[in-house]
Design a protein around this ligand. Structure first.
Ligand code: HEC
Length: 119
């Protein structure tokens, strides 16, 4: 009787860990989806513009060239590529996952990929 309870509790705890692990994974680049609707939503683009102005412009803005960072060429990127760079960084490009939420990092991708970019 007792051991059956222990097994049940262990099973619940195990399931909880699995759920936790899969939630953690949802922040991974591979599982983040960019639908056309998401990318063209003006609310996302405008949040992305704020993120850009706050942090990215300093290195990637027109005034920053040449020098701090390469000029972005969105027509050559996929949204996943931009999200990966913003989330994980790469060499001189900092990682932003501790400063910006997933929603903010997705929004800056929408902005970079939008026709409003660069402003
Ligand atoms: C401290 C300066 C700095 C800041 C701030 C910065 N970046 Fe970068 N970024 C870089 C550098 C340097 C690279 C080039 C890394 C490399 O490929 O060696 C880069 C690369 C990139 C790339 C890949 C470009 C390519 O063609 O390979 C993207 C996309 C990008 N940054 C987006 C952003 C966004 C969006 C933000 C704001 C959240 C941002 N960066 C903030 C310095 C910066």
């Amino acid at each position: 009787m007792f051991s059956r309870l222990a097994v049940t509790l262990a099973t619940i705890a195990g399931a909880g860990l699995l759920i936790f692990a899969s939630l953690g994974r949802s922040a991974d680049t591979a599982t983040v989806q960019f639908t056309p609707q998401y990318l063209k939503d003006p609310a996302n683009i405008s949040l992305g513009r704020e993120v850009w102005a706050k942090r990215c412009k300093f290195c990637h803005g027109r005034q920053a060239y040449p020098g701090k960072a390469p000029r972005l060429q969105p027509s050559r990127y996929t949204p996943q590529f931009v999200f990966d760079r913003v989330t994980n960084g790469f060499r001189g490009m900092p990682s932003w996952k501790h400063e910006f939420s997933e929603a903010e990092r997705k929004a800056v991708v929408a902005y970079v990929m939008s026709k409003d970019f660069p402003n």
